[in-house]
Unconditional design. Structure first.
Length: 697
């Protein structure tokens, strides 16, 4: 304080009570909360005592000194002597005694519920409470900073300090306000001059001036009534689904596990919900939390990690959940820095939403707690579950992608939003959601041919029709009819097309994909198979994961190169080659999509793979009847730009009888004969066809 102020004992005797204006300029209620009134009263009483000391100083004219004699004497006096003088003054001085009576009367008044909840829920000790109350009072009324400077005999404003708090609260002592204190752990306040994380020029809370978290002050002053502890947070409360939900069995198991460990000392629980994005992990967590009778706050760890101060942001999110009596669901938990893992254990129960299981439980949590972790895999939706979810979202007819494709809950929600634009729009949007970029490992084949274009022997065509029917109706058979219980591995349809080259294996795969409304994706074996150990398995995993849910038919051409027989191990190359084949066999067994393998060397395929295949379709070379139909399909009825037939006088029965060509050979011969005819300037005649066929043979 200034020398002139000290020399005038007639200065204002008490600090006037005036309406407080919050940080945002919002007027606070005329009656301050008890914690703020107590700080004001104690400050007033301290002012009275110090002015009493200055009035009774034995030194004359000391106000002219930069450091007064009485100030030096007071600093050198025994602390107990000064404290006893203050207690005696508080008891004998009329004004000080009146203030003391007002302070005592506060104990009989209703306490501020928000302050009481904050202190009790976060475990703030008595001295920390006094320290925090002083810091919050300065934040609520910045003019108090000048008064605290006055009390510290300083010419500048001051924040709350540990020494001043002990003076104001009659020498009250307690646990030091250090890094392990509740005030520091929950970042209710930080040393002045420190960064948001508490680090900076003055990182010791015992020596520094304490600055209260503005978000906490706003809540205590009633500036955030709708969600009082949400200031500065981004987490959202997630309402549980109406009814049992999509994963009723899973959520019941989780709730039972948590209840069985409830009340155990020094234990925090982390429930891992393993599944891909959009699989309903957060919704399952909300359902389990509702069964336990607590709300759930979902926190996006990616947003936390991208914030300016991830630690402070995460503490604020967890603090809000604890104060609201909620548990936390950590979305995108993989994005959270490992150093911040322990902060989340303060909730007691945390749901961790991850794509892959992260490993065993952790030990040595905060305060000597032990973190127990258990993982639950969120299962994919069955057909009936997708239809049930659709009925809750839309009154419109169920589109084919919802009933037939392995959509996740979030994708069904998107489909319901798009449905007013039509079923075609839904199919296109869902196709884009399921599409995955795998670079050069897959090639999309055109789907221009139909069943009418596919000329096969009747038995082969019938076998393909059966394959189509199973692929089309598998969801209904497995889910509605309940036969999924006997398909412990994959739910996919796998088939082997074997036969000589040119007999229609690739075309059959294209026709099948087009009939089922699927894309036909051919595996590029040159890109998949690698000479480096482990790379082939990595490429295959990418391919299977990309096609498992996508509306596509996975086509392995020349499959014997990848699915060949395992050999005896003579060297390291043989061992790793067998490992690759083993991986492929297991991946095929787990595959949930539609896959077709084509080979012209059926005997070279590993017998273990043949056992796992649902269909084996043999493509025999076409007989005379099929060859005649192929010749006619290629030439008969085709016209040029003038509308004239491109061929004349073709002996179709003779070609079919005399030329033993496959379907691919007939197509090549027709194309070559067209070029010969064009060179002669005539239509296609038998001489052109025979010449081209002889070259093809």
């Amino acid at each position: 304080m200034t020398a002139s102020a000290r020399s005038d004992p007639s200065a204002v005797a008490v600090i006037p009570a005036v309406p407080v204006t919050g940080r945002a300029g919002i007027a606070v209620a005329p009656v301050d909360p008890p914690w703020l009134r107590e700080v004001r009263l104690r400050v007033r009483r301290r002012v009275l005592f110090l002015r009493h000391l200055w009035r009774t100083s034995p030194y004359a004219g000391e106000e002219q000194l930069a450091i007064s004699h009485s100030e030096v004497d007071r600093a050198l006096a025994a602390p107990d002597l000064l404290a006893s003088q203050e207690r005696r003054f508080a008891a004998t001085d009329e004004a000080a005694a009146a203030i003391g009576a007002d302070i005592a009367a506060l104990a009989d008044e209703p306490q501020d519920p928000r302050w009481t909840h904050l202190v009790h829920t976060l475990g703030v000790g008595p001295f920390e409470e006094a320290f925090l109350a002083t810091a919050c009072a300065v934040a609520a009324d910045p003019r108090l900073a000048r008064v605290l400077g006055y009390l510290r005999d300083s010419t500048r404003p001051s924040g709350a300090t540990a020494a001043l708090t002990m003076d104001l609260f009659e020498g009250q002592v307690g646990d030091p306000v250090g890094p392990g204190s509740a005030v520091a752990r929950w970042q209710l306040a930080r040393p002045d001059g420190a960064g948001p994380d508490g680090a900076g020029p003055t990182s010791s809370m015992c020596d520094a001036e304490l600055v209260a978290d503005p978000a906490i002050v706003d809540t205590l002053l009633g500036h955030a009534d709708s969600d009082p502890w949400s200031a500065g947070t981004t987490g959202v409360f997630v309402a549980p689904p109406v009814g049992p939900g999509l994963h009723a069995e899973l959520t019941s198991a989780i709730a039972g596990f948590v209840r069985s460990l409830a009340g155990r000392p020094a234990t925090s629980l982390r429930v891992e919900l393993v599944g891909p994005a959009g699989s309903g992990r957060t919704t399952a967590a909300a359902s389990a939390a509702a069964m336990l009778g607590v709300p759930l706050v979902a926190v996006d760890c990616a947003s936390v990690a991208a914030s300016a101060d991830p630690e402070a942001q995460l503490i604020r999110e967890v603090r809000r959940a604890v104060l609201c009596g909620a548990v936390v669901a950590l979305r995108h938990h993989e994005a959270l820095p490992p150093a911040l893992e322990r902060i989340t254990d303060r909730c007691g129960l945390v749901f961790s939403c991850v794509g892959r299981q992260r490993g065993p439980g952790l030990d040595g949590g905060p305060g000597g707690t032990q973190t127990i972790c258990r993982s639950y895999r969120v299962p994919p939706l069955s057909r009936s579950q997708r239809l049930t979810l659709w009925s809750e979202l839309s009154d419109l007819p169920v589109p084919a992608p919802v009933s037939d494709w392995a959509l996740r809950p979030a994708e069904v929600v998107v489909a319901a939003r798009v449905m007013p634009a039509g079923a075609e729009s839904v199919a296109e949007v869902c196709r884009r959601m399921l599409a995955t970029d795998v670079g050069d490992l897959l090639t999309s084949l055109p789907l221009t041919a139909t069943w009418d274009d596919l000329i096969l022997q009747p038995s082969t065509a019938q076998h393909l029709r059966e394959l189509e029917a199973q692929a089309r109706n598998r969801s209904e058979i497995l889910d509605v009819w309940g036969l999924s219980r006997i398909t412990s591995m994959g739910r996919g349809i796998t088939a082997l097309f074997s036969g000589p080259s040119g007999t229609g294996k690739t075309m059959a795969a294209q026709v099948l994909a087009g009939s089922l409304g699927l894309d036909c994706l051919r595996i590029d074996l040159a890109g998949v198979v690698s000479k480096y150990i482990g790379e082939t398995e990595k490429h295959l995993r990418q391919v299977f994961e990309a096609c498992e849910r996508a509306p596509s038919l996975l086509f392995f051409d020349e499959a014997d190169a990848l699915f060949g027989k395992r050999t005896s191990v003579n060297d390291a190359h043989d061992r790793f080659a067998n490992i690759e084949i083993d991986y492929v066999l297991q991946a095929m067994e787990r595959f949930d999509g539609v896959a077709v393998l084509a080979t012209n060397r059926k005997g070279d395929i590993d017998p273990a793979l043949v056992r796992r295949l649902r269909f084996i379709v043999d493509f025999a070379p076409p007989g005379p009847a099929e060859r005649e139909l192929l010749w006619r399909r290629c030439l008969d009825g085709a016209v040029d730009a003038t509308g004239l037939p491109i061929a004349s006088n073709i002996d179709y029965p003779g070609l079919a009888r005399e030329l033993d060509l496959t379907g691919a050979g007939i197509k090549s011969a027709v194309l070559a004969s067209a070029f010969l005819a064009r060179a002669d300037g005539s239509r296609i005649e038998m001489r052109h066809v025979m010449g081209a066929s002889l070259r093809e043979l």
